[in-house]
Design a protein. Structure first.
Length: 264
């Protein structure tokens, strides 16, 4: 489960993403937050450090901006609030309370073993950005790195795509025609083989890809002006050690399964 942990706004900057005309433009402000919470009152206590940078559509963006912010808050914060700040503060209270109440009893048992202290040294970092996508769309990208115990931290890229004029979030079913799943799987599998330098599925699996699963069209995608990029985070189609996998598909390779209403 992804957990995000935020604090009140410390600074803002403005960014404008323009898509075709004034009525299609959405203005973003950068909201930053930074907080460190100690697990105990001791000087050498483990801590949970959070560093956050979020793009939030301003009031000038109107209803489209409201819809974008709502989708971002739900996806990244699992909150439904009137503003990103309110969602951040509510989530911060819940997360910090959970960190201390859950981890303190465990830490007390391990306190005498200094080698285990690092297990309780949590962090959560999120940095977001926006970019112009295909015609009339905005891509919202969230790069997340967190550590919550275990052998290593986790890196993820979460993507959201929006229709700039309306603020509507776009899914694969908005882009592709009915029955697209299998043809798109074929295109993605071919792209993965090329990326990995393999000619067969067996060769892919020998390299660690798709070892216990089949390729699938990820809803974690980025609409570009000429391509659609499918993002697979660690563990989704390959082991953690192989990192994330991005498959860049030209629209021309999938034009037969695109909806006629999708204009790129």
């Amino acid at each position: 489960m992804n957990k995000i942990f935020l604090l009140p706004i410390l600074g803002m900057a403005l960014l404008t993403v323009s898509c075709g005309s004034d009525e299609d433009s959405v203005v973003f402000k950068t909201v930053t937050a930074d907080k460190t919470v100690a697990l105990t009152n001791e000087g050498n206590s483990p801590t949970c450090a959070v560093h956050l940078k979020l793009e939030e559509a301003t009031e000038a963006s109107g209803h489209a901006g409201e819809l974008i912010n709502a989708a971002v808050m739900k996806r990244l914060l699992d909150r439904e609030e009137k503003s990103m700040q309110l969602a951040a503060e509510a989530f911060a209270d819940t997360y910090t309370g959970s960190y201390k109440s859950t981890m303190l009893p465990l830490y007390n048992e391990d306190r005498s073993d200094s080698t285990k202290r690092a297990w309780y040294q949590y962090h959560y970092i999120i940095e977001t950005s926006t970019q112009k996508g295909s015609k009339g769309t905005i891509a919202y990208l969230a790069s997340i790195n967190y550590y919550e115990g275990g052998a290593h931290g986790i890196n993820q890229l979460i993507t959201l795509n929006f229709e700039a004029k309306t603020g509507r979030q776009l899914t694969l079913s908005d882009i592709f025609a009915t029955g697209y799943e299998q043809p798109l799987k074929d295109v993605l599998l071919k792209a993965l083989k090329v990326k990995a330098g393999c000619t067969t599925l067996a060769a892919l699996r020998n390299k660690g890809y798709l070892y216990s699963m089949d390729i699938f069209p990820s809803e974690n995608f980025i609409l570009g002006e000429e391509t659609i990029t499918f993002v697979y985070n660690p563990y989704e189609i390959a082991p953690y050690a192989m990192g994330s996998t991005e498959l860049i598909i030209p629209y021309n390779d999938v034009d037969k399964i695109l909806k006629t209403t999708f204009d790129y």
